[in-house]
Design a protein around this ligand. Structure first.
Ligand code: DGJ
Length: 715
């Protein structure tokens, strides 16, 4: 039966958000089609360039001249599918609606459920698929993507994020030429020190921040992914997105349900990439796309770059005290605290042995928690629970828990001893859950966990999975990983968790539904951070963007950058520090203290405001501007960074978009160094700020100049 609650006429079903709609043709006995993705106000969709009329889930076998979303081999060896609609159903939950299209193969008892969910407030749609069969035997699934989309126009450009270790999430924009362009990852564990599974497509040539027709997409998956853009004609580009099917064919038992990851996507007819960014952020903050969305994140100090593996009671205690004196709220003890038989002194031992190293911390975690109470600061801890070193008690007990091929020598990672635990094994899942559960049961005062993962999946193979299901490991690993995270969230809903994997190796909406924040990079150089933060902000909410002030000279790049610039960059994310505060000069300490106090006043705006990017560092030699604006546009904060002095040049005025054009605003500088601001307070109209801009010539007086302005409506 075709559910008519979303039907506009006999065969067309319409799913709407605030501004947009998806229109489907669903007729019993026919293949379901997506007719249109575009503006809700379009009355005559057939006359629109956004009218595409493509199958919702093209299958391999009959028509083989296009990208396919699904490919299977039936029990009898037949390799084709011909999916026709059986019925539709509509589910409502709050303001969201989910359309389910039930299709069945014309010949075989093979079933596909296609889900389309609308998130009206954010202008976001979500699509995923469930497949099942009742054949007599096992069907092999060679490919089952989350979604297929078709993007019209002819001049499409792609925006993607790419970057390896300490260079994560840089933005790349380029034309989608004929043939295939692909975003992918095949590391098995961390999945964003490569491409990120998020993209934007501009329909009409080069991207514009504040204008133009754009489709944005983000795959919510923690594992290997593949997103293919295939231009086969002058006009349209096919997009298929889902888990990476390479080395992952799946033996599907009769009646077992195979679910794909979810693809989120958002369309704007004229808002440019800025609007897509704000839609994703709004979705994450309003529909639990990021965990703990309603609670602003604390200002924290992480011990890693302060002492690295050299953790001990004295230095932890000193950092807590010093950070508390600066006004900090949370202290996080990073790597180096654990291992009884093998204390962790470098990367070559102890992963798996999650007990305190008594030689380093004679009073254990209790002693640290006592200190944190004394200094009135919350306490958090680092773990890497999916990993193991061969030099560990865990490896002595359970060598079979490791991802491995028992008949080959193993390739190991960090410290030449690191390997990955086999999360397809329920016993390993229980172990990983227990790492967190034991910590939280023994030390319920732990407020925060940084969850790291520093290896990929070498030596592909599982001692748990049977021989004919070895190809399930990539998928089963992530089912296991998510199942552990779900158990943790059920039992510890208030625990704040950060997702980290060798820096920014785990930033996707697959992770963020369990994690409150993400570590963007082990590169803490404020110059690089401008680019990295700019990149990741395109899709992921600033509330979760851990941004830490570190020492100068910077440990990764040796660059020397003044304290104000370092703070101004970190304050446009979730502010933190990652150094020994005792290494600051007295003057720097005073600045740090006042910057932390200032951040408290702008935290809500930064973490929850609407992001309007101004100048992009990518095209301006690092010169950058951005603003966060409250929903009612009465309050905003503006950041500008000029890392390079432009000799013999004058800076053009900085335009500030997104404010109310008809209102007046008081604009004044905050977080300045010394007694006098560089920018004298002014009242400026929203229209002038947006169309003309403001002059900040002093930002070109020296290298690493920066400014933060507060903007408040004059009522
Ligand atoms: C990699 C992370 O990205 C760092 O921040 C730090 O936690 C180290 N691991 C610790 O080993």
């Amino acid at each position: 039966m075709i559910d008519v609650s979303l039907a506009k006429d006999a065969n067309n079903v319409v799913l709407e958000t605030k501004n947009n709609k998806l229109v489907f043709e669903v007729e019993q006995g026919q293949t379901a089609k997506l007719l249109y993705l575009g503006l809700k106000s379009e009355m005559n969709i057939q006359a629109s360039p956004n009218y595409t009329k493509t199958e919702i889930y093209p299958a391999f076998g009959i028509q083989n001249n296009m990208q396919h979303a699904i490919q299977v081999t039936h029990v009898d060896g037949n390799m084709s599918l011909e999916l026709i609609v059986e019925k539709t159903e509509v589910l409502k939950d709050g303001d969201t609606e989910t359309l389910i299209i039930y299709s069945k193969d014309k010949v075989y008892p093979f079933y596909v459920k296609s889900f389309y969910k609308s998130y009206p407030k954010a202008d976001v749609f979500e699509t995923w698929t469930e497949i099942q069969h009742a054949e007599k035997g096992n069907v092999v699934v060679y490919k089952a993507f989350s979604a297929y989309l078709n993007v019209p126009s002819g001049k499409q450009q792609l925006l993607k994020l790419y970057g390896p270790f300490i260079h994560e999430s840089y933005v790349y924009e380029f034309p989608l030429n004929y043939g295939i362009t692909q975003l992918t990852n095949k590391e098995g564990v961390r999945n964003t020190q490569s491409d990120n599974p998020a993209f934007m497509i501009s329909y009409d040539g080069a991207f514009n921040e504040n204008a133009g027709q754009v489709l944005g997409g983000a795959l919510a998956y923690t594992g290997n992914f593949k997103i293919i853009f295939d231009r086969r004609s002058n006009a349209t580009v096919d997009v298929v997105a889902g888990y990476n099917e390479e080395a992952s064919h799946y033996i599907l038992n009769a009646r077992e349900v195979f679910s794909t990851p979810k693809l989120l996507y958002s369309y704007t007819a004229d808002g440019g990439k800025g609007q897509i960014t704000r839609n994703f952020h709004k979705w994450a903050l309003n529909y639990n796309g990021i965990y703990g969305a309603k609670k602003a994140n604390d200002i924290l100090l992480n011990s890693w770059e302060g002492v690295y593996f050299g953790v001990n009671q004295e230095n932890m205690s000193a950092m807590m005290k010093d950070f508390s004196d600066l006004g900090g709220e949370l202290f996080v003890m990073d790597d180096g605290w654990f291992g009884d038989k093998y204390p962790r002194n470098d990367g070559s031992s102890s992963l798996g042995d999650w007990v305190t190293a008594k030689s380093k911390l004679p009073q254990g975690i209790d002693g640290l928690i006592k200190e944190s109470k004394k200094y009135n600061i919350k306490f958090g801890i680092w773990i890497e629970p999916e990993m193991i070193n061969t030099k560990s008690e865990l490896f002595e007990k359970h060598p079979e828990w490791v991802i491995q091929q028992s008949n080959r020598e193993t390739v190991k990672g960090r410290g030449k001893t690191q390997m990955t635990l086999d999360l397809s094994n329920p016993k390993v899942q229980d172990f990983v859950f227990k790492v967190v559960d034991d910590l939280m049961t023994n030390y319920p005062q732990i407020a925060y966990i940084k969850w790291d993962a520093n290896h990929y999946m070498s030596n592909y193979g599982s001692t748990y999975l049977p021989a004919n299901k070895q190809s399930h490991l990539y998928l089963e690993y992530h089912r296991g990983f998510e199942s552990v995270l779900k158990r943790i969230r059920l039992k510890y809903p208030d625990l704040v968790m950060q997702s980290c994997a060798s820096g920014g190796g785990r930033i996707t909406y697959g992770h963020l539904r369990y994690f409150d924040e993400y570590w963007t990079s082990d590169n803490t150089d404020a110059f690089h951070r401008i680019f990295i933060q700019n990149g990741i902000s395109h899709f992921y909410p600033v509330k979760g963007m851990a941004a830490h002030v570190s020492a100068t000279e910077n440990h990764q790049t040796k660059r020397v950058i003044p304290i104000k610039f370092r703070f101004d960059v970190a304050m446009s994310g979730r502010l933190g520090m990652e150094m020994k505060p005792s290494d600051l000069t007295q003057e720097e300490k005073e600045f740090a203290k006042s910057a932390i106090a200032t951040y408290r006043n702008i935290r809500e705006l930064v973490q929850y405001g609407n992001l309007y990017r101004g100048l992009s560092p990518d095209v301006n030699n690092g010169l950058t501007s951005l603003s966060y604006i409250a929903d009612d546009k009465s309050d905003a904060v503006f950041f500008a960074y000029n890392p390079r002095k432009l000799h013999g040049e004058t800076l053009a005025p900085f335009k500030i978009h997104g404010l109310n054009l008809n209102k007046s605003y008081k604009v004044y500088e905050i977080n300045y160094k010394g007694t006098k601001p560089n920018y004298a307070e002014q009242v400026v109209s929203g229209e002038v700020l947006s169309r003309v801009g403001i002059y900040l010539p002093f930002l070109n007086n020296s290298e690493y100049s920066s400014i933060i302005l507060k903007i408040e409506e004059v009522k």
